[in-house]
Write a protein that binds this ligand. Structure first.
Ligand code: ATP
Ligand code: MG
Length: 394
């Protein structure tokens, strides 16, 4: 089995904790991904040791979430999160509690976890501790709540959206009873902070089975409580594929143009995300008119290719191949403004006019003239163009 540096670092953290007389295991997503032979991301360690005890064992630690029992151990080269076995105490408002209770046994810690596939532990000797049938559910490709799903979703309603998100990432179905519980409790998602909803949706966009995830979103009724019209627009997601979440947000805005503001507000999108979305939407509109040399020039390849993909996902046929975009763009006579053979000083030396806003107007016009092949990007040629065409036409 292929394991990464983090996995080794976690095992050596576990070894040190055990030598001090406590228990420790790898838990959660890392065990799931290990069994699925997927790329393992963060390797989380759970332990019977209290945070203060963990800090005594290691020379270099950071209190990243000590109130929840989490200490970041830096001793092994790779940072490893070590969390004390805990239960989550009482829940209110369908949200995860702020307070947790530390416990000394692993069983209680596994019991608080959301799904059977996320509730397994891996010991130092390579033994899998699987109290809820997680391994079998992995084999059957099923997402199943640990315990009574209605109870678990009322404790923390975000788990409903997590079920959908894991479905999208893994291509697993949601077990019947678990899905029924979501359908019944879907409205409780309103109690969850939009930032947390947004983080799950961002993972859904990048998922291998994103369309299936959106089908689950609709089937589970959750989509009714989210911004966007997923049920009506399901067909437009069929071939959607994104390698970064911004593409998903941009496409959601494309499908819900009139509700752009509502969507970016609801999902609490950042200014950076909003800027990217606007660029892609503008490029898409321009594409429907036919891209000019200027469109190829001002937009990054990624923005152009994403706008191109939008057309495909919406069944809009285009008269050229996606590969052409890169070709056209790299063959432009100018790749950036700094490549223009002239600047404001040239312009001023060619006239008696003083510095002013006209310089930017003239340079923009020069860029357009060069991009359209009207004049070569060459100082002498641009001087001729400036004195004969630009000045004369005002
Ligand atoms: P990812 O690949 O997205 O990191 P993950 O399974 O590691 O997936 P995390 O959100 O990092 O998910 O959480 C780590 C573990 O903590 C989960 O595997 C699960 O056991 C538990 N967990 C996380 N969120 C919840 C929750 N809302 N309710 C119950 N258990 C949870
Ligand atoms: Mg994780």
């Amino acid at each position: 089995m292929k394991v990464n540096k983090e996995w080794h670092a976690a095992l050596s953290v576990i070894d040190k904790i055990e030598r001090s007389g406590f228990e420790a295991v790898i838990v959660g997503g890392a065990v799931r991904d290990y069994l699925l032979q997927r790329k393992v991301n963060d390797v989380d360690v759970a332990t019977s040791a209290l945070p203060s005890e963990v800090k005594e064992i290691f020379s270099s630690t950071v209190d990243v979430g000590i109130e929840h029992g989490t200490v970041l151990v830096l001793d092994e080269g790779e940072p490893i999160e070590v969390t004390t076995y805990r239960t989550e105490g009482t829940y209110s408002d369908y949200r995860r509690p702020e307070e947790v209770a530390f416990v000394r046994n692993l069983e209680e810690d596994l019991q608080r976890r959301d799904f059977t596939i996320n509730a397994m532990a891996f010991t130092k000797d390579g033994q899998i501790i699987d109290l809820y049938g997680g391994n079998e559910d992995i084999a059957n490709k099923v997402i199943r709540a640990v315990g009574d799903p209605n109870v678990r979703f009322r404790e923390d309603a975000l788990r409903m959206l997590r079920a959908v998100r894991f479905g999208a990432q893994l291509g697993f179905s949601i077990e019947e009873g678990t899905l029924k519980a979501i359908q019944i409790d879907s409205d409780l998602i309103d109690f969850i902070a939009n930032e947390r909803i947004s983080m799950e949706m961002a993972k859904l966009w990048k998922s291998k089975y994103a369309y299936y995830g959106i089908q689950l979103l609709v089937e589970s009724n959750l989509s009714k409580f989210l911004a966007g019209h997923f049920a009506e627009q399901l067909e437009n997601w069929r071939t959607f594929k994104a390698d970064k979440s911004e593409v998903g947000w941009a496409y959601l805005c494309q499908l819900n143009r009139q509700e752009f503001q509502n969507i970016v507000d609801f999902y609490r999108l950042s200014n950076k995300e909003k800027t990217y979305i606007r660029k892609v939407l503008n490029a898409y509109d321009a594409l429907l008119q036919k891209w000019t040399a200027m469109d190829y020039f001002i937009n990054d390849l990624d923005v152009l290719e994403t706008a191109y993909d939008f057309a495909g996902w919406q069944n809009v046929r285009l008269p050229f191949k996606k590969e052409n975009i890169q070709e056209v763009k790299s063959n432009l006579p100018l790749q950036s403004i700094s490549q223009l053979a002239i600047n404001g000083n040239h312009l001023m030396s060619w006239t008696t006019r003083k510095r002013g806003p006209w310089i930017k107007v003239a340079l923009d016009a020069a860029i357009i003239a060069v991009l359209n092949g009207y004049v070569k990007n060459d100082e002498e040629k641009l001087k001729e163009w400036f004195l004969n065409d630009f000045i004369n036409e005002g």
